[in-house]
Design a protein around this ligand. Structure first.
Ligand code: SF4
Length: 331
């Protein structure tokens, strides 16, 4: 912004003011920017556009208060953003791509294929929209909506930096989590660049055959490549990784799976989130409560903490792995 306003003949501090108006104060019209000079405002009105994204629809879960926002992008495509209020925190789950190329077999977004990457502005805009509607302040931001964040690495990091910036949302870096299905080179890059955001890795299986059958990314980088990259990251950053493990009935939920998961996770400074599946894809189901408890009990005594995360909003298809938009291309 500073560089850009300087190119218009304005002093650099005007760029900071503009950034603050858009991202901190959420201005949706240039005329609201009262500390900018009138000639600059009229130039902005002629040459720039705010509000490139709009809320198309909001669905609220009857069960848990989770809301799913259908956001319309400037080119008529749609992404989904989810607001998850819980007792002690309010989390927003952001999308990073329209669709996804990774094609995980159990995931509704994967079935769409990749339509395009989002820009950093389109990613950060999702938070602006949700913040205006949320009854409570946002405490946590997760990049776990539509898309593989590390497949759109530059724009995702740029968006996370904007959310973290003191002149923007001032959201603490340790309250921003970026998730990946296991793109090994990007995990190493993330470590090398020293970002302070948290990292979550979707593991979802404890052996290569199963993981490759549900997550094709495993054919490119298998579990041992992934573990080495995670060790590299935790050593460089001194930060813990979260392994996400979506529990699929009779696929990855046996006691043997739990024991193998324990061996994998014991090699990494991590915690493990076990997420009982929300049924969206044919051939996959959520395990019974008994099988879920048996799996978690088999993890007892591990060196890492384990939590069960019940995804919220499954009655409105807003839960983990359920995001997809049938409305693409509507005008
Ligand atoms: S689980 Fe994530 S990485 Fe896999 S297809 Fe779905 S959105 Fe893409």
């Amino acid at each position: 912004m500073e560089k850009w306003v300087t190119s218009l003949g304005e002093p650099a501090f005007r760029g900071r003011q503009l950034f603050q108006w858009i991202w901190e104060k959420g201005a949706r019209d240039f005329s609201e920017m009262t500390n900018l000079p009138k000639p600059l405002i009229s130039q902005l009105e002629k040459t720039c556009e705010l509000n490139l994204t709009t809320i198309h629809q909001i669905q609220k879960s009857e069960l848990q208060g989770t809301s799913k926002f259908l956001i319309r992008l400037g080119d008529g495509k749609f992404v989904e953003t989810v607001l998850i209020p819980e007792e002690k925190r309010v989390t927003v789950c952001l999308s990073s791509q329209v669709g996804c190329a990774l094609d995980c077999d159990f995931c509704a977004t994967g079935k769409m294929g990749l339509l395009r990457n989002l820009t950093s502005g389109e990613i950060a805009d999702q938070l602006l929209h949700v913040r205006q509607v949320s009854e409570r302040p946002i405490t946590n931001i997760v990049f776990m909506g539509m898309g593989e964040p590390f497949h759109n690495y530059e724009q995702v990091i740029r968006a996370a930096n904007m959310l973290n910036d003191d002149l923007g949302f001032s959201h603490g870096a340790r309250k921003i989590t970026i998730s990946t299905s296991g793109l090994v080179p990007q995990i190493r890059r993330f470590a090398d660049e020293g970002h302070r955001f948290k990292l979550a890795v979707s593991l979802n299986a404890s052996d290569n055959d199963t993981r490759s059958s549900i997550m094709p990314v495993n054919k490119r980088w298998d579990i041992s490549d992934l573990v080495k990259a995670c060790q590299y990251y935790t050593k460089a950053s001194k930060n813990m990784i979260t392994f996400e493990y979506v529990l699929l009935d009779n696929i990855n939920d046996s006691i043997q799976d739990a024991k193998r998961l324990q061996m994998i996770a014991n090699q990494v400074f991590c915690k493990v989130n076990v997420i009982p599946y929300n049924e969206v894809a044919e051939g996959y189901a959520r395990p019974s409560k008994k099988r879920i408890s048996r799996f978690v009990e088999a993890l007892e005594g591990s060196q890492f903490p384990v939590t069960i995360r019940w995804s919220q909003g499954d009655d409105i298809d807003a839960a983990c792995g359920q995001l997809s938009t049938a409305a693409q291309g509507e005008s």
